[in-house]
Design a protein around this ligand. Structure first.
Ligand code: 0X9
Ligand code: ZN
Ligand code: ZN
Length: 421
């Protein structure tokens, strides 16, 4: 009898888990609001602590993008009206964007990995395994570590020969930024299969360390439960809110100058202490162990189409700022030449975006002596935001490859690819 009860109980759990409903965003809208002062920007950002009803999509120079529950729209409007802040609808129904996101899925998409749709973590892992078996002499698996929920964080190293300068790519640290891992996997495939002479040089004369999905728990959660999730999934002591912003959790000027929040319910919660998030700690330990082999650090994010240079925690420029900017400009100029004419801007995070402390690229730059460190915010500028239609994945990947070719060429020209060991 007892055994029977246990079976029934676990069946119920199974059903509950299997049928767990997804968070819906019916009629949620995203507004673009022009702010006139930092105070106004901060006030609107603060609305987002009410994470069920508001969610910050972007906050930059005099412009905030915020997702709003239609029932709470009045709270926002009262404010924007009283200061007569221009406000326009960017997305009129977030749920229809989410529903449409995977609708271009074709019948054979389920059997093979590709770049015409977005894939769950299991498919990305299968892709990595496939690549590792197909190219055993030039690829190797990197075991970064284990997430809070016990998932493996995986990376891949591509190395055609000894003595190459190293390029590290951290991707999908923010769970909902799906275009980042789609791009990272495409890049892995391209480096191994392209016959273009320039790409062969990029692949064979540099060592690539690529982690397509760092925030594995958050990423899985965006697929199963909440498409708009950003943070990790580690519970916070004494709070009902879950997770920290992993890109505020690196041990470099942590929580300085208002570059992160101490409120666990905020999207930019820095964590209880530097490296409190196991995923961030794992990545940092791995990077530290090979830092002498790394010349360039790239953190893939979306969205805004901007290359962000250090620092995020101060407006004081870093010592090699001119070079950092020249290399970013090379990327931007090259991408603009393509038929898509995608425009990337560039500049220091704290200048062109906002104060952000404890970010990966600042940590790599300041604490690991990797003098070319960037956050790259991918497509778009707000039409679709985080829900970039799959039809744009391949064009965006072309943008990225062209940008990277120019970035690496400029880095070389300025002497940044010399061996450090
Ligand atoms: O806020 C972030 O973490 C990044 N933007 S996002 O919209 N993808 O969340 C920007 C990080 C900037 N990097 C530095 N602080 N250096
Ligand atoms: Zn400091
Ligand atoms: Zn991000």
């Amino acid at each position: 009898m007892k055994a029977f009860v246990i079976v029934l109980a676990s069946l119920a759990t199974l059903l509950a888990v299997g049928g767990a409903s997804k968070v819906r965003y019916d009629n949620f809208k995203v507004f673009k609001i022009r702010t006139k002062s930092v105070e106004q920007q901060k006030w609107i950002e603060k609305l987002a602590s009410d994470s069920k009803n508001f969610n910050l999509w972007h906050s930059g120079n005099k412009e905030v993008h915020i997702m709003v529950n239609p029932q709470k729209l009045i709270n926002l409007q009262n404010y924007t009206r009283s200061y007569s802040l221009p406000m326009e609808v960017m997305v009129s129904n977030v749920q229809s964007l989410i529903d449409g996101e995977q609708s271009t899925r074709s019948a054979d998409d389920t059997s093979s990995f590709g770049w015409t749709r977005y894939y769950p973590l299991s498919a990305i892992e299968a892709f990595l395994d496939d690549i590792l078996t197909k190219y055993p002499s030039v690829t190797s698996a990197i075991d970064i570590g284990t997430s809070y929920e016990g998932r493996k964080i995986r990376g891949i190293k591509i190395s055609y020969k000894e003595g190459n300068p190293g390029i590290f790519i951290e991707s999908n640290i923010h769970a909902r930024e799906w275009i980042t891992s789609a791009t990272a996997t495409w890049l892995i495939n391209e480096l191994l299969t392209s016959t273009d002479e320039k790409v062969r040089n990029l692949a064979e004369n540099h060592d690539w360390y690529i982690v397509p999905v760092l925030n594995v728990d958050g990423f899985a959660y965006t697929h199963t439960t909440d498409r708009m999730w950003r943070k990790t999934r580690q519970p916070v002591d004494g709070s009902d809110c879950i997770g920290a912003d992993p890109n505020r959790n690196y041990d470099s000027h942590w929580m300085e100058n208002g570059g992160a929040s101490s409120n666990p319910c905020d999207e930019t919660y820095a964590g209880s202490q530097p490296f409190s998030e196991p995923e961030v700690k794992a990545l940092a330990d791995y990077v530290a162990s090979i830092k002498d082999r790394l010349n360039i650090m790239l953190a893939f994010h979306s969205y805004s189409q901007v290359l962000l240079t250090p620092y995020g925690w101060t407006k004081d420029p870093p010592e090699n700022n001119d070079d950092l900017i020249a290399v970013a400009k090379a990327y931007s100029d090259a991408v603009l030449e393509l038929p898509y004419q995608t425009k990337y801007t560039y500049g220091a995070t704290a200048d062109v975006m906002y104060f952000a402390s404890g970010a990966c690229n600042d940590w790599a730059y300041s604490e690991q002596n990797i003098s070319l460190s960037y956050t790259i915010e991918f497509r778009d500028t707000g039409r679709y935001g985080f829900i970039l239609p799959p039809i744009q994945i391949l064009p965006h990947c072309e943008d990225t490859l062209t940008g990277l070719l120019a970035l690496v060429e400029k880095a070389d020209e300025l002497g940044y690819l010399a061996l450090k060991y």
